[in-house]
Design a protein around this ligand. Sequence first.
Ligand SMILES: Cc1cc2nc3c(=O)[nH]c(=O)nc-3n(C[C@H](O)[C@H](O)[C@H](O)COP(=O)(O)OP(=O)(O)OC[C@H]3O[C@@H](n4cnc5c(N)ncnc54)[C@H](O)[C@@H]3O)c2cc1C
Length: 508
Amino acid sequence: MATQHNPERPMELVWLKRDLRLRDHAPLLEAAARGPVLCLYVYEPELMAHETTHAAHLAFIHASLGELDAALRERGGGLVTRVGNLPEVFDRLHAERPIARLWSHEETGLGITYERDKRVKRWTREQGIEWIELPNHGVFRPLADRDGWSARWRRRMAEPVRPAPERIHGVLNLPSAGIRSPADLGVAGELRPEAVAPGIDVAHGVLADFLAQRSRSYQGDISSPVTAWSGSSRLSPHLAWGNLSVREVYQATTGRIARLKAMPDRDAKDWAKSLGSFAKRLHWHCHFIQKLEDQPDIEFRNLSRACDGLRDERPDAVLLDAWRFGQTGYPMVDACMRALAAGGWINFRMRAMLMSFASYHLWQHWREPALHLARLFLDFEPGIHLSQAQMQSGTTGINAVRIYSPVKQVRDHDPEGVFIRRWCPELKLVPNAYLPRPETMPAHVQHAAGCVIGRDYPAPIVDNGKAWFRARQRMGALRARGEARSEARQIHRRHGSRKRPDASRTAR
Ligand SMILES: Cc1cc2nc3c(=O)[nH]c(=O)nc-3n(C[C@H](O)[C@H](O)[C@H](O)COP(=O)(O)OP(=O)(O)OC[C@H]3O[C@@H](n4cnc5c(N)ncnc54)[C@H](O)[C@@H]3O)c2cc1C
């Protein structure tokens, strides 16, 4: 039964952002232990209009909030939403009922959320309200040095997973804007029909199924877009919007690894090894977000300033449109782009290839391609995304220059054309041997396959070999410069992994 509370008593305000869950939610648990709680989600117009936001993101949030509201109600609480800018929304709420403390997770986000947080900080100081921000992931704020980071991360991951609060003294009498769909919010954009289902219950199901079944051949499955669809965990949107905490996933994984290792058979040991490489990626999740936490300007500027001027910051609209809409004449690039538009997800190697193609083959600055992919990825996570976008376009100064050949990716990862034919139906009857380079089909083969190059499928927009060679030369010349090398040492000191050189970890 809900405990009676004085309606005038100041409330604990729990501000939900990318942490849409009840379990392992320290701000909610702490707030619920102190007094009447208002759980708030704010639809921020500036964020909804941002060039990284897509309606599919809001649809994911919409479903998660609906579930959260129901779970909070079962516990005596409920969710209030408001539409508006911050701190103005807090200011109005404070007038409606005094706020004792503001609770939230730390957010490592975009420049606009960083600036908004600074405004909120000022406002809480002016109002004499304490704002308690608690860590969401294994990201450390502030971080003086990367030395010892991995050990700290492991300690953070070993902390107990906090239970969901059993009872909440909910503040139930304040008006709510309701849980709004993208259409209600006026955010246009076609939803992604093949996207992973949203929500907390689904997230737990996906994790359980992955650990019990799908992870068996994880290591072998993740490179190909054919096998990764089911062989990869597919947890990324749930982690990005906080349906699950990284700690929950990490602890469930290490528990499963321990049980597999205790089994006598060889298969179980191989399975444990596969899961070990999955656990390593959870570590990368935070390792990459830490980079943005430590240097927020990587959203706008090259991490390596030696790369300034390397590429024109103004995009070539013709080349980029061909890339965006899956019309480059390279089947693997085109199939990935079309698959992303339908499902909002693709495996790591293909993401790296897409970014590499835009950066090296088309020689485009990373920013526009990164923004486009952010809208496409249902799991858009600023810290991972921006760091990876720069890494795959060679502007971090510390990672190996990895230029993916879209031709080789077909041979290595879709030789039968299973993935390509699904997303590029115009290539359906093209013989396997020509799939890596359909433009090399003799005219009679083109006619027999019903795929005339230049009519049914585009000719390549750039020459793979020449583009590769030109990019290699440009990057080689840049990296040979003394100032680029000395800057790289500083960047590594600030952001690099202390375990192994980054180059060996990323060349896959
Ligand atoms: C250009 C580019 C942009 C990317 N943008 C994002 C993004 O916005 N959001 C995002 O979650 N991932 C991003 N990634 C990393 C990676 O591709 C995805 O995390 C992964 O494909 C998600 O699928 P999964 O959950 O099945 O991954 P799994 O392989 O099952 O991994 C489990 C989790 O570990 C983390 N992870 C896996 N690989 C990486 C990696 N290379 N770096 C950092 N964390 C990793 C993710 O949280 C992932 O959900 C990007 C990669 C590239 C090359």
